[in-house]
Design a protein around this ligand. Structure first.
Ligand SMILES: [Zn+2]
Length: 253
């Protein structure tokens, strides 16, 4: 079985906690703001990072802090250890409702990405081979959900899912980002790519006026097979994820 195929629920809890820790160490999620989820195989429920009395931040999430939630956002199997769903659980429930192709959802508040929504500055396709996955996000177009409120009810979740549309990443003005994928790791890697795109745009603006790469080169990358759209067990995705697990000390190398 591929590393990234849906596995036993215990494995999913571990993988979800690992992904929380990676995004925490990389600075995409500070403090307790941010949550990741995954569909429970053969069920309408999802697993999600919970809030609770003993939490120590996204960066330190443990498998015990992952709870199962029903499609309406309520805890599925009774409250355990005082854990409860995040207020914005409806980001997850409504994206899954709208997108049968999505298996995992990431919601975090990466500061540099949020700055672009505050200043209303576009994320430009300013590099090519430096990071094709991040470039592809810019080429494909990144939608923005224009409100800055907490997504604290199904109606707001529905609107956010509508803003995301058929894309896999969405900016949330003055708030954060939502990323979707066919596996926990794919969704997390997309969030990392979006953050990298923003970091490079930000730094380029410190030096001068960022210049998008040529139309010819954009066309070349636009027609390039999308590694992220290959089967979820693509070696490239697995290798990239192994790198982040080791970089962040979650896996030993
Ligand atoms: Zn949020």
């Amino acid at each position: 079985m591929s590393t990234f195929e849906p596995g036993p629920v215990m494995d999913l809890r571990q993988r979800l906690a690992d992904a929380c820790r990676v995004l925490g160490v990389l600075g995409l999620a500070t403090g307790n703001t941010g949550h990741l989820s995954v569909r429970v195989p053969d069920s309408d429920n999802l697993l999600i990072r919970a809030r609770g009395p003993a939490e120590a931040g996204v960066r330190y999430t443990t498998p015990a802090e992952i709870i199962e939630v029903a499609p309406d956002g309520d805890v599925a199997a009774g409250v355990k250890d005082g854990l409860f769903p995040p207020q914005e659980v409806f980001i997850h429930t409504e994206v899954y409702r709208a997108r049968s192709d999505v298996t995992s959802v990431v919601h975090v508040h990466p500061a540099t990405v949020v700055l672009f929504t505050i200043a209303d500055v576009p994320l430009l396709p300013i590099f090519g081979a430096y990071d094709p996955s991040a470039l592809k996000l810019a080429i494909d177009g990144i939608p923005t959900y224009d409100r800055s409120v907490l997504i604290s009810n199904p109606h707001l979740g529905h609107d956010l899912a509508a803003a995301l549309g058929s894309k896999n990443v969405c900016l949330m003005r003055g708030h954060g980002i939502t990323a979707a994928g066919t596996s926990i790791e794919e969704a997390a890697l997309r969030a990392i790519s979006l953050n990298e795109l923003a970091e490079m745009n930000y730094r380029a603006r410190q030096l001068g006026e960022p210049r998008p790469i040529s139309d010819e080169d954009i066309a070349t990358f636009a027609t390039r097979p999308d590694a992220a759209k290959k089967p979820v067990n693509s070696n490239r995705t697995e290798a990239m994820w192994r790198y982040y697990l080791r970089l962040t000390g979650i896996a030993e190398g």
